[in-house]
Design a protein around this ligand. Structure first.
Ligand code: GLC
Length: 738
């Protein structure tokens, strides 16, 4: 009897105790992400899984409302967080709280040659994206600079795969520490804008693996990027957004990428390939990615109802949807469902400081020669020497954060060079616009009324006559056919009649400092007559302050070119062949220069560039001491240490980028004369010497052997070139690989 009473009491106690609701694993932050992914997947219906795989609006993809799994929100771009776009149009949503910080264009970041700047960049832009509640920032871009005509080179990191591979990694890592996914683009071979939507790129496996893939590979293996954007174009006749070789084989199998492949907007073209060839999220279908609109509902997307139908009738294996949905859930748990991620910040002083510092570190002093044998170099500007300084050129006042395509920004602040120079030099400054580019009705001078051109030019020349110093601020801009998405430049020269204007001004006053704002090299017919030239890039919100600080000497320039400036266009490898090489025949294109891109072409073909890759001067000078090698031979597991003493032999503190190139003296295949394999940026006080050390490994010696599909180094002699640029070589050493 007693036992029964006790049992009954125990039963009553148990039943009356509140049942602790077991938190589902997918909602439990303490659980490993993979366990959360698996649990969520098991709870989802087929329809819910398919809904994850395509857009639900211009810049968002669905979550799983029933399970409390949020949507994913994406935003351009690589240089800052784009203004809010409407639900289903490219138009602005007209919000009043989305004016951002514009960071310098990525060519400027690359020109810093300083991974620390990339980390600062990624942290700041990641905080801005986080604050704007964006889970994916659509950048950075790392397509290789193959031709100076590519409209989007300003969004990328130059012509060298090693420089881009080093500079992209900290950006990704720091963005993602904010719980925001980087989306490295455009994978792959999107190296021009003309016919970008379909051009079929043909190239050797060596060029693919040695030149065009390394920065993407580093983004995955070292950067740990959570997403990759497929490119619009084709490779081996298949669109890159659903290309089995690029996505399933190289990206997901060889590189073990566990993130999401997202299309470029409108980059998907059929359900079968999208289902089977490694695409995970389809965005922007039926649009041209920039202007035209989707006429379809989102359920008509290739990975929407057509895909669902194919899964149900067995056309497509269920394994494909489970892989896609798992990858998307993983990105959701890494971002919007990580309750521990930081809160971000927006247009903070720290972000403006970051923008200015990166710009100051990236600005390149190309030339700084004395005007006459006796007169000193014009830079840095000593204002006490001048009564009237003419600032001339449309880029002294034009906003260069607007336009350019999807990387356009609506900014809270953009300091123009004129404003900053006026603040610095007061009423010594006089101004003339000089030329007119218009937007967007004009894309070159023949569409600008002659009287406008005439009056602007006459005003500039008259004011130049009365000035002691000219600061010319011109270059390209973000107009169509300039540095702008969806089209390439049509000439290598400066647009809007600038060459004539520059010559006219020089004819009345030779004391010209030129600041070129551009993301591309340009032809410089006046280069011998202009004493001082600065490559100013697109520096973003703090543009004017960065430029004024460098011109005045408040900052000593330390940038180095991330791409070559050929004297003329046909000196560039992509333009040394027929139209099939560039721009192609509108159906296909052949990269005939193969692995010899940029300085690899100039060095190997012995065609000197006007300003070479890695070039950049300083207001001080540096002496490179005797470089030494730790050994004269290296075995296949070995390493060779290189030590170079570098001294600041000038009168002011400065930074120098010491570059190490490797040349394979004798090889069974063609190899470039030299290839960048290490670099280091150091700061030196006047008279200070530092020892710069590099460790060369056998991986630095390898080429991609496309007969065996693997990287290899052939025994023999290798040259080590230590330089201040790809042509300013201060030491040549050699060792033998056994
Ligand atoms: C554009 C661009 C891509 C951008 C996307 C969304 O077409 O190619 O870089 O992120 O569409 O705007």
């Amino acid at each position: 009897m007693k036992t029964r009473i006790i049992t009954l009491l125990a039963l009553v106690t148990f039943l009356s105790a509140p049942i602790k609701a077991q938190t589902p694993i997918y909602l439990d932050d303490s659980q490993p992400i993979e366990a959360r992914v698996k649990d969520a997947l098991n709870r989802m219906t087929l329809e819910e899984k398919v809904a994850l795989c395509h857009a639900q609006s211009k810049f968002s993809s669905a979550g799983v409302p029933r399970l409390g799994i949020p949507e994913l929100w994406m935003s351009d771009g690589p240089h800052g967080v784009r203004q809010e776009i409407q639900w289903n149009s490219w138009g602005s949503a007209g919000w009043a709280n989305d004016s951002c910080t514009a960071f310098p264009a990525l060519t400027c970041l690359a020109a810093t040659w300083d991974p620390e700047m990339s980390a600062i960049y990624g942290k700041a832009i990641g905080e801005e994206a986080r604050y704007r509640k964006k889970d994916v920032i659509l950048g950075p871009g790392v397509n290789i600079y193959r031709t100076p005509l590519n409209g989007r080179n300003f969004e990328y990191m130059g012509e060298d795969p090693y420089l881009a591979s080093i500079m992209v990694v900290p950006y990704i890592q720091e963005v993602q520490k904010n719980g925001v996914a980087a989306c490295v683009k455009h994978y792959a071979l999107n190296n021009q804008e003309l016919w970008r939507g379909h051009i079929n790129v043909e190239l050797s496996d060596r060029a693919l693996h040695e030149i065009y893939l390394p920065a993407f590979k580093a983004s995955v293996l070292k950067g740990g990027t959570w997403s990759i954007m497929g490119a619009y174009n084709k490779y081996k006749d298949v669109h890159c957004c659903h290309n089995d070789l690029l996505l399933n084989k190289i990206l997901k199998e060889d590189w073990a990428f566990d993130g999401c492949v997202i299309t470029d907007w409108g980059g998907a073209h059929n359900t079968r390939e999208a289902a089977l060839n490694g695409l995970d999220i389809e965005m922007g279908s039926y649009t041209n990615g920039l202007t035209s609109e989707s006429e379809f509902t989102y359920n008509d997307y290739y990975l929407a109802h057509p895909y669902l139908k194919g899964l149900k009738d067995g056309t497509f294996p269920m394994s494909t949807i489970d892989d896609k949905a798992s990858r998307i859930l993983r990105m959701i748990f890494r971002t919007v469902m990580d309750r521990n991620r930081p809160w971000g910040a927006f247009t903070s002083e720290a972000h403006y400081d970051a923008a200015r510092t990166i710009a100051e570190e990236g600005i390149v002093l190309l030339k700084n020669a004395p005007v006459t044998k006796k007169a000193p170099a014009l830079l840095p500007i000593d204002a006490s020497q001048y009564n009237k300084i003419l600032v001339v050129g449309e880029n002294a006042t034009r906003s260069l954060t607007k336009g350019g395509g999807s990387s356009e920004l609506k900014v809270k602040k953009e300091v123009s060079p004129l404003e900053a120079l006026q603040a610095m030099y007061g009423d010594k400054i006089i101004h003339a616009q000089g030329y007119e580019s218009g937007r967007p009705m004009y894309s070159n001078t023949d569409k600008i009324p002659a009287e406008v051109v005439e009056s602007l030019r006459n005003e500039a020349i008259e004011k130049a006559k009365e000035a002691d110093l000219i600061i010319y601020i011109g270059g390209l801009n973000k107009n169509h056919l300039q540095d702008c998405e969806a089209a390439d430049r049509i000439t290598y020269g400066l647009p809007f009649g600038q060459d004539e204007l520059i010559k006219d001004i020089l004819s009345v006053n030779p004391n010209m400092v030129m600041v070129l704002m551009s993301g591309n090299a340009v032809e410089m017919p006046w280069v011998k007559q202009v004493p001082a030239i600065i490559q100013g890039w697109y520096p973003g919100s703090e543009a004017g302050n960065a430029i004024a600080n460098v011109l005045s000497g408040k900052v000593n320039p330390s940038g180095k070119l991330p791409f070559s400036f050929p004297v003329k266009l046909t000196d560039n490898g992509a333009h040394a062949f027929d139209a099939l090489s560039y721009p192609g025949d509108s159906i296909k294109q052949v990269y005939k220069e193969d692995i010899l891109v940029g300085y690899r072409w100039h060095d190997t073909k012995k065609i000197p560039a006007l300003y070479p890759f890695g070039h950049g001067l300083s207001y001080t000078t540096f002496a490179y001491g005797k470089a030494t090698l730790s050994a004269k031979t290296m075995d296949s597991n070995g390493k060779v240490e290189v030590v170079i003493p570098v001294t600041n032999t000038g009168t002011r503190e400065g930074k120098e980028v010491i570059q190490l190139y490797i040349g394979d003296e004798k090889c069974s295949v063609i190899r470039p004369a030299k290839e960048l394999k290490h670099f280091s940026k150091i700061s030196l006080k006047p008279g200070e010497t530092k020892e710069v050390k590099f460790t060369i490994s056998v991986d630095d010696l390898k080429f991609y052997d496309d007969s065996r599909g693997e990287w290899t180094a052939e025994p023999g002699k290798f040259n080590v070139y230590i330089g201040a640029s790809s042509t300013d070589i201060r030491s040549i050493l050699s060792f033998v690989l056994q």
